[in-house]
Write a protein that binds this ligand. Structure first.
Ligand code: IPD
Length: 267
């Protein structure tokens, strides 16, 4: 087995166990524990508990690796591998009971600076549907036994997923951006979980996804899924938190979409 395949096995196993824990907690009732960057940016008790579970499992299996999690922060390792974790991506969906949330776990190689990272393995698990999306560098992207590949977009335009982030100052510019995309879109979706948006591009369920302001834990695993499904990921995948624009699509549709996404000035 290659290192990437080993890391993927571990990511997939822990994502499923963590997802089962989050699902049980959801059935017991959701407690919003705090808000973060904005009132809409919530953390549930389950986000924290599930991240602690993932962190402990990884530390037991691979004590020399680094960790970079949404809820509990970063810790450098010594092995050159860092785990990038969103315990519940799509927390607002989780809180409302909308079945589009996921555990996202990626193993990346590089220094402590996210801008240098190369993802080696990524698992995105939706515990409600039971779907486990997996990718390892050079090993393809998979949903169960099905190898994934991005869609080809015809003349009717692409089905484009996007997200709007939590910072109210970005909402006007995001709508302006969307108005430029609409002429090449068959329709638009706001799924509510960046990792599932990217998994959907990899699976050909949507033709493209873009969003300004995602964090590495939102997109590290999903971006690898798209690349391994033959897609192109641009903006700053794995880039610094808060300033990344993620754009993902087939190479042909990416070339049509990217020029429309210049980000207007935020006042
Ligand atoms: C959020 C979701 C959402 C996206 C935000 C993310 P969270 O992650 O992925 O779809 O629009 O940018 O922060 O907060 O639910 O883990």
């Amino acid at each position: 087995m290659t290192l990437a395949a080993d890391l993927l096995d571990l990511a997939a196993r822990i994502a499923q166990d963590a997802g089962a824990l989050a699902h049980r907690r959801r059935q017991e009732g959701v407690t919003v524990a705090a808000t973060k960057s904005a009132a809409a940016d919530i953390v549930t008790a389950a986000d924290r508990e599930v991240e602690a579970f993932i962190r402990a499992e990884l530390a037991r299996e691979r004590p020399d690796d680094g960790f970079y999690g949404e809820e509990s922060g970063a810790e450098a390792g010594t092995s050159g591998i860092t785990w990038v974790v969103d315990p519940i991506d799509g927390t607002v969906n989780y809180a409302y009971g909308i079945p589009a949330w996921a555990v996202s776990i990626a193993a990346v190689e590089g220094s402590a600076d996210p801008a240098t990272w190369t993802a080696l393995a990524g698992a995105v698990f939706n515990p409600v549907t039971g779907e486990l999306f997996r990718a390892s560098r050079g090993g393809g992207a998979w949903l169960g036994a099905q190898r994934l590949s991005v869609s080809e977009v015809g003349d009717a335009g692409g089905l484009v997923a996007t997200g709007f982030g939590y910072d109210p100052a970005t909402h006007g510019p995001a709508l302006e951006q969307l108005s430029r995309v609409m002429p090449i879109a068959r329709d638009v979706r706001r799924i509510g979980a960046a990792s599932l948006d990217l998994a959907s591009v990899a699976a050909g369920r949507v033709d493209a996804y873009y969003e300004k302001g995602t964090h590495p834990w939102d997109h590290a695993a999903g971006a690898l899924l798209v690349e391994e499904a033959g897609g192109q990921v641009g903006g700053a995948p794995g880039g610094r938190p808060g300033n990344a624009m993620v754009i993902a699509a087939s190479p042909a549709f990416f070339a049509r979409l990217e020029p429309l996404l210049a980000y207007p000035r935020v006042k």
